[in-house]
Ligand binder design. Structure first.
Ligand code: C2O
Ligand code: CU
Length: 478
């Protein structure tokens, strides 16, 4: 794994670096004429699905609707009213990943709301301020709940200066299934203490071999989401010209896609020019060994003519920008747990006891402690005992966080409720861009800058087993 990482680094992976789209480019769309309110009900429950193919066995997925990994589309300015009904056997919540929500809508049990127990419900109400590609997921027992399929994509439209001829969501998420369609353990100490426990079945949009037809010579927007528990993807396009147009939903000055590396929870939007009718193109994952086809496309006859491919930048979001001259700098080290951090236990039961396991699952905690942020691990006993915050920040102040991955594994680090600017990365040649999750390669250092918004915000690695086993904390902003 490490050799492959180093090789990919040596090769470089960008033909041209990203630049945030010009401030003062296209004006943002006028505030919501014709804005709507979307009333949704998400009934989180077990549903049968054939994940191993149309003739395969049934698996018991957990989902928000009859559609697996549904895609919700709204326009910028639209309001959301989403009622979560919990028909699962354990508590859950909805976190709106990457959306700058008011803190009370952030969906973190014990931190921003009470847990939504079996048979209970909770209603989320807010208007997403920014356009882009986002997703939602529970914030409890994430390996088990997201692992069974509990997630959805949220697209906030309104950033396109020229509407594309097709707009396709590609949610990459593998399944951990045995051949008979039953689930394999989502957490293993071997995985959780290293790069995570990988799925056994690769899938995009829930399908093993995702394929789509697009109009010949059309401009296609592909919204790639890495919803996997642990896999880092290295995307490359074969057979069509492709440009990166947004990172975590944030517009960048378009640049040619060579290879794009993105870890769990990260998104990248591409603009692709479809070839002539009858020709195909393939989105590949180049990591870590043989290229893997994530999605195959075929161009169908259309009325569109051949023309030069020069995508215009998307409209940039109006995200508060940190004042670097006055920003306070705070260091955060992401490391293995310090010696002496003890494995969780329940009532003296060994962690692999099925009853302890059940209890720990319902309490939302990992069974082991492998990881830390600034030497603090999320404590055993789960979110019921909130640890002290990693830092106390002042609302409206600018901060630069100096992140350091001291481990030999990659960690995608996510800050709730904020869009930050990635100022520097020590091992990746990427000039500044906006994001909500930043991938720290082994031993990498990064600087991120943002203006603090009031509330209690989670700050954690998005490898699901890592956040469950210690690499998680929170910030208090007052
Ligand atoms: Cu998608 Cu706490 O994160
Ligand atoms: Cu991690």
């Amino acid at each position: 794994l490490l050799a492959a990482t180093a090789g990919a680094l040596a090769g470089g992976w960008l033909a041209a670096p990203p630049r945030p789209a010009r401030a003062g480019g296209d004006p943002p769309p006028p505030e919501a004429p014709g804005a709507r309110r979307h009333d949704w009900t998400f009934r989180a429950q077990e549903r049968p699905a054939r994940l191993l193919g149309p003739d395969g066995p049934l698996s018991r997925v957990w989902s928000y609707s009859d559609a697996l990994l549904p895609v919700l589309r709204i326009r910028q300015g639209d309001a959301i009213r989403a009622r979560l009904e919990n028909a699962l056997p354990e508590h859950t919540s909805i976190h709106w990943h990457g959306v700058r929500v008011p803190n009370a809508m952030d969906g973190v049990q014990y931190l921003t709301q009470p847990p939504v127990g079996p048979g209970q419900s909770f209603t989320y109400e807010f208007t997403p301020p920014d356009t882009g590609t986002f997703f939602l997921h529970p914030h409890c027992n994430e390996p088990g709940q997201v692992g069974r399929g509990l997630a959805a994509t949220l697209v906030v439209e309104g950033d396109e200066p020229e509407p594309p001829d097709a707009d396709i969501v590609l949610a990459c998420k593998d399944w951990r299934l045995a051949e008979d369609g039953t689930w394999l353990p989502f957490e293993t100490p071997q995985g959780a203490g290293r790069a995570g426990t990988f799925g056994t079945v690769r899938a995009v949009n829930g399908q093993r071999a995702f394929a789509a037809t697009v109009p010949a010579h059309g401009d296609i927007r592909l919204r790639l989401l890495n919803l996997d528990a642990t896999r880092t993807l290295l995307a490359r396009m074969e057979g069509a010209a492709a440009q990166v147009i947004a990172i975590d939903g944030n517009a960048v000055e378009p640049f040619a896609l060579e290879q794009w590396r993105f870890g769990p929870a990260m998104r990248v939007d591409l603009r692709v020019r479809a070839p002539a009718a009858g020709a195909g193109f393939t989105l590949l994952d180049d990591f870590p060994r043989e290229p893997w086809p994530l999605a195959r496309f075929t161009a169908a006859p259309s009325a569109l003519a051949e023309r030069p491919f020069a995508p215009r930048p998307l409209r940039a979001a109006r995200v508060p920008r940190a004042d670097l001259a006055t920003a306070e700098r705070l260091p955060f080290a992401f490391s293995a747990a310090p010696l002496g951090a003890t494995p969780d236990s329940v009532a003296g039961l060994p962690p692999d006891d099925p009853f302890a396991r059940l209890l720990l699952d319902s309490l939302c905690v990992g069974r082991n402690t492998f990881w830390a942020i600034n030497k603090s691990t999320w404590p055993g006993g789960g979110n019921r005992q909130l640890p002290p915050p990693l830092a106390e920040l002042k609302a409206g102040r600018s901060y630069v966080f100096e992140l350091h991955n001291t481990t030999p594994h990659p960690h995608p680090i996510h800050l709730h409720g904020h869009t930050f600017e990635v100022l520097s990365l020590s091992r990746q040649a990427l000039p500044r861009f906006l994001a909500d999750t930043v991938l720290l390669l082994p031993r990498e250092r990064a600087e991120i800058a943002f203006v603090a918004a009031p509330g209690r915000w989670m700050f954690h690695c998005h490898v699901l087993e890592h956040l469950e086993t210690g690499m998680m904390g929170w910030l208090r902003v007052t």
